[in-house]
Design a binder for this molecule. Structure first.
Ligand code: NDP
Length: 334
């Protein structure tokens, strides 16, 4: 039988720069793992953009195949966790960073990293949600655990037109919150209102609030999903209502946080950290079940654009520049 060849977007380091090339590779090229998956779809997340451009020292060894999430069908599994033919999702575990990821039509991984596709969910639908959508769900679940409910007041979502942000706006609206969407792109107002945002807050308003350097401002938001970090997070903390909470999940606007502890001390505000990468499997499964229920494909349609592996080098620049709207689903294999 002829050796199986399949497409992969392979990253190489050449003269200190990371370059990508669409190639045919074979199963013998894949890293070790107990489970082989036929990848049908992957997606583009902010971290994928960083990896494709060689930023942040996320990848230490080349050649490398990126793609921090994927969905597809199990071909073989030595771990006993899955049967051939079962449909699975992978997010996190530093796949696409320290282990080859979803930008190839086959992936060899650890079975314990995979979750089953929820009943009725297709791989394309799963990747329309992807790591970004899972993170948005985890953020809302963390706020719920903190006691936040729609009756408490407005939910702010920052970086609202991006991947995590778009899904957070949709989820917030579905769960009954009055969602205030903060964006640096006024042109996305109609898009965000279409996803369920009740109000648009220009990013600059949060930056101006941070520039005031006042430890407390008028109480405005009961909760927040922050995908931006930096000065945007610094600008929203003094505006959280008494007992409010922010789920911090991103750093698109910067990793540093210059603020005071006063909102924590005088308003009992909570800063909740969100990590999607190392979440235990039961939490992921619970999050995916809720996503399947809350975001059927017809609701997700407005946030999706589609791409091929060959489009990724260009799209990486776009996502790092904050110019991608919503979620990009990558069609990988058949
Ligand atoms: P996107 O690029 O799709 O969205 C980021 C959004 O942030 C942009 O659309 C833009 O929103 C806003 N933004 C971009 N640049 C700036 C800037 N310089 N200043 C202020 N706002 C900016 O990325 P993702 O949604 O995939 O990821 C968002 C963040 O969440 C990233 O930092 C990513 O690393 C992080 N993340 C964290 C995870 C975790 O496990 N904690 C998992 C997944 C993502 P707008 O145009 O509306 O202003």
């Amino acid at each position: 039988m002829a050796e199986e060849r399949f497409p992969a977007l392979v990253l190489e380091e050449k003269e200190g720069k990371v370059v990508s090339e669409l190639r045919e590779i074979g199963l013998e090229d894949l890293p070790e793992g107990d489970t082989l998956v036929a990848v049908s779809h992957s997606s583009l997340n902010y971290k994928d953009g960083m990896i494709l451009k060689g930023l942040g020292r996320l990848v230490r060894r080349y050649p490398h195949v990126g793609g921090i999430d994927f969905a597809g069908t199990v071909i073989s599994c030595q771990s006993g966790l899955f049967q051939p033919g079962e449909r699975v999702i992978l997010t996190g575990w530093r796949v696409g960073e320290t282990h080859w990821g979803g930008y190839a039509a086959r992936a060899r991984v650890k079975g314990e990293w995979l979750v089953r596709l929820p009943e009725g969910m297709t791989p394309e639908w799963a990747m329309a949600i992807g790591t970004a959508g899972l993170t948005a769900m985890l953020a809302l679940m963390a706020l719920e655990r903190q006691g936040l409910e729609p009756a408490a007041g407005d939910l702010l979502v920052t970086g609202a037109a991006g991947g995590v942000g778009s899904v957070a706006v949709m989820l917030g609206a579905r769960l009954g919150y009055r969602v205030v969407a903060s964006t640096g792109r006024p042109s996305e107002e109609a898009y965000l209102k279409g996803l369920g945002a009740a109000e648009i807050l220009p990013r600059q308003a949060l930056l101006d609030a941070a520039a005031e350097k006042k430890p407390l401002l008028s109480e405005r938001f009961a909760g927040a999903v922050d995908t931006v970090g930096g000065q945007v997070l610094a600008g929203l903390l003094p505006q959280l209502r008494y007992g409010g909470a922010v789920a911090a999940c991103g750093l698109a606007g910067g990793a540093e946080l210059h603020t005071t502890v006063i909102p924590f001390l005088l308003r009992g505000v909570s800063l909740l950290g969100i990590d999607s990468v190392m979440q235990p499997r039961p939490v992921r499964e619970a999050a995916w079940r809720r996503l399947a229920e809350l975001l059927p494909p017809e609701r997700l349609a407005p946030v999706i654009s589609r791409a091929k592996l060959a489009d990724l080098p260009r799209l990486a620049e776009e996502i790092l520049a904050g110019r991608i709207r919503g979620r990009v689903v990558v069609e990988v294999g058949g």
